[in-house]
Design a protein around this ligand. Structure first.
Ligand code: NAP
Length: 335
């Protein structure tokens, strides 16, 4: 079968499309024929050697994918042959709170990823995907969507009304906007692009702030009629956090998710203390959260936003397109 292999640290441009053995079906496992994949910023970090040390090498990249169950060497539980399923980013995090043990194994990171024609896994590592979604749409859910869902509804103070801040217009932020709107929350987004802000407004965004010409956007939000937010979905990292803190109300919360604008900066923690802000790291989510999110996607008929789909043979172009950072929504690969 064909599969992609990369040496973590060597960069995605050195990823190779290789002919490898089709996996044999061990007892207890199922065989999936992969149908579609989606990219995350993390896939670039892994290939670039910025995602921790000691990753398998060579590594099949990508955590997010959807496949069809074509063979089984075990009880299938609630699943059946021919069913379309997604794999969980953390195969061992079934339910309840995060622990080091549950998150030790992550697809396309500490263990082999999915960018191959066939994959074997345990039935406990998969979830069924909403039927109304295409293969590519369903492939966007495991990492970006689940992270946004976890931040907004699982590891948080749930409230019937909220004002939510998102940063940029990539995978996580667009899912966060769509989920927030489905819950009836008010939303404000900052983006470096006016065109992206207009596209976000078509998805229901209430307020948009252009950030390139307004680096102090946190103050702008605070002083605007929209006002301070209850919950900031922080995707920029160390360089945007001070602005997110300014935009967040006293007693509000910030979900720390991403490092798009860098992970090193001088940082004054005093405003967090004086505003009693709850800072919460978010790391994707569990399989139970994934199933709850899928029920909500089904119920609210939420369609993932896809920027562009590339063919399996052109996976390099998909990564190069992501590295440019001008996309709106998810970048997918299809068989
Ligand atoms: N903690 C977790 O579990 C978890 C899970 C998923 C992702 N993440 C992290 O969350 C972040 C977002 O991931 P993603 O997959 O949504 O990424 P993505 O799809 O690549 O998002 C990129 C978007 O972010 C904005 N952006 C890019 N560079 C920026 C910069 N220097 N400053 C401010 N905004 C910038 C751009 O929007 P505009 O052009 O509109 O500005 C761009 O479209 C990444 O750091 C990723 O590693 C973390």
């Amino acid at each position: 079968m064909k599969s992609y292999l990369v040496q973590p640290g060597s960069g995605i441009e050195n990823m190779q499309l290789s002919e490898t053995e089709k996996p044999t079906l061990q007892p207890g496992k199922i065989l999936l024929k992969m149908l579609a994949w989606s990219l995350n910023y993390r896939d670039l970090l892994v290939a670039g050697g910025q995602y921790g040390l000691g990753l398998p090498s060579p590594l099949t990249p990508i955590s997010d994918g959807v496949g069809e169950i074509i063979e089984s060497n075990t009880e299938l539980g609630g699943f059946k042959i021919g069913q379309r399923v997604a794999l969980s980013f953390f195969p061992d995090w079934q339910d309840e709170s995060i622990t080091a043990q549950k998150t030790k194994k992550s697809l396309g990171g500490t263990s082999q990823g999915l960018l191959a024609e066939f994959i074997t896994c345990l039935p406990s590592e998969i979830v069924s995907v909403p039927q109304f979604l295409s293969n590519e749409e369903a492939a966007t859910l495991p990492c970006a969507a689940l992270t946004a869902w976890n931040a907004l509804f699982e590891t948080t103070t749930n409230s019937p009304e909220k004002k939510v801040l998102t940063i940029g217009s990539g995978g996580v932020s667009i899912f966060a906007l769509q989920f927030a709107k489905s819950a009836g929350y008010k939303t404000v987004a900052v983006s470096r692009s006016l065109q992206h802000l207009n596209q976000l407004k078509e998805l229901g965004l209430d307020e948009g702030i252009e950030s390139s010409s307004n680096p102090k956007w946190g103050d702008t939000i605070r002083k605007s009629s929209f006002g301070e937010v209850d919950h900031a979905i922080e995707l920029g990292g160390a360089n945007t956090l001070p602005q997110s803190i300014k935009a967040t109300r006293v007693g509000g919360e910030i979900s720390l998710i991403g490092v798009l604008a860098g992970n090193e900066a001088e940082f004054n923690p005093l405003p967090i203390i004086m505003k009693s802000i709850k800072l919460q790291g978010i790391f994707v989510g569990s399989i139970a959260m994934f199933n709850r999110m899928n029920s909500s996607i089904e119920q609210n008929k939420i369609k993932p936003v896809i920027d562009k789909v590339f063919k399996f043979e052109n996976a390099h172009s998909a990564f190069a397109y992501m590295a440019k950072g001008n996309h709106f929504g998810k970048i997918c690969i299809s068989i």
